[in-house]
Design a binder for this molecule. Sequence first.
Ligand code: DLL
Length: 443
Amino acid sequence: MAELWNDQVGEFPAASVQDFLPVEKLRQIQLRRLQAAVARAYEQQELIHNRMEERRLNPGCVRSVEDVSRLPFTVKADLRDTYPFGMFASPIHEVVRLHASSGTTGKPIVVAYTKEDIEVWSSVMVRTLVACGLHRGDIIQNSYGYGLFTGGLGAHYGAEALGATVIPTSGGNTDRQIMVMKDFCVTAICCTPSYFLHLLDRAAELGVDVKALPLRAGVFGAEPWTEAMRQRIEAEGNIKAYDIYGLSEIIGPGVASECEAQNGLHIFEDHFYPEIIDPETGQPVPDGQEGELVLTTLSKYAMPMIRYRTRDITRLIAEPCRCGRTVRRMARVGRRSDDMFIVRGVNVFPSQVEAALLAVEQTLPHYQIVLTREKDLDQMEVQVEVTAEVFSDEIRALESLRTKLAQALDSALGVRVKVSLVEPHTIARSEGKARRVIDKRQM
Ligand code: DLL
């Protein structure tokens, strides 16, 4: 452990010691916390209570960690159906923070934190940043979005708890990001991997040589990326690029992180218990086999999640890692089992696009979403068929409809969308499921 701590800047943070516990001790902690979490969910979350009762289960049924697989699943629709606060296990006066993430329809899903939850979140983010080789003395540019998205504040609190210097640049304003990176001697950056590629391109245009800057690490997540993309980022930025994973429903960023081995993401299993299931049958699959990741929060107080189906496809790696961490790893997430896609770090469901389009008159329910990458930034185009009458109208009317649709999509999704109006019957009809999303992004 000591060799990980490679600087003159102080002690190895206490939080990270949890990554190196003897497995037996880890399982004891997990069981104790799981029992408490299930009891709390059973007592405080009506939905969980009813589901457990239907199956004649009570908290006493959890006698070993493996018993988690007897419990019912929780899914995103449960959060939608109980919107906004129906899954909270704490009264609102104990909730100190709310965040939100896209749901499958117009409304987001809302997640809550008590003061203690924020402390746990900060500690798992400290473990994340330490696993990415950061420490006190680092100057961290945090370009994850601050706001309802969990990325900005999650990384911010972790960086402060680590004792590093955090610069809350949030997302956007790329030229200023580059100025900050250069002038403030930034040593690490937190953002989506695609945004970092965009920063690299823009820096080159501005004549800034990122390779020559003190920047040495990137803490990248919130969207799928590939090994090839990592290699490009590392070569063009002269940095180490680490993959971090998380989701709002569970806590935000801080669920799992790569370490210096860059070979799988360590799950902070003492707080988030992982299982992999077959997405079709719901049955658990053994370590090493690919399937859907299911997570149970072991310490979350304001909003415990029992067997939450993430829809993210991965596998668990139980073999020991050369870094010495004993918490298991998961393989990088490359795809999902549902139709959600991610544009510039923002989660989008085709159903949200559809609802926004149909709320505006004169469009037909035929549309297609085309995703491309220009200058390393995701672009989203929505092609939508309009009625024949509209198409024969004058240009001005078409243009005003296009603007109206773009605004509707913009406010429904929180991401800028290019709208193209097309004539009736232009979009290919499919015999089975409509192919709504054409993803041309090459990663
Ligand atoms: O994206 C939390 C986060 C912020 C993670 C910053 C990492 C860094 P949500 O907006 O709720 O939360 O989106 C969660 O994003 O279920 C995955 O599908 C996807 N995702 C997150 N991290 C990764 C990753 C944040 N490293 C959803 N690789 C998840 C692939 C990822 N997909």
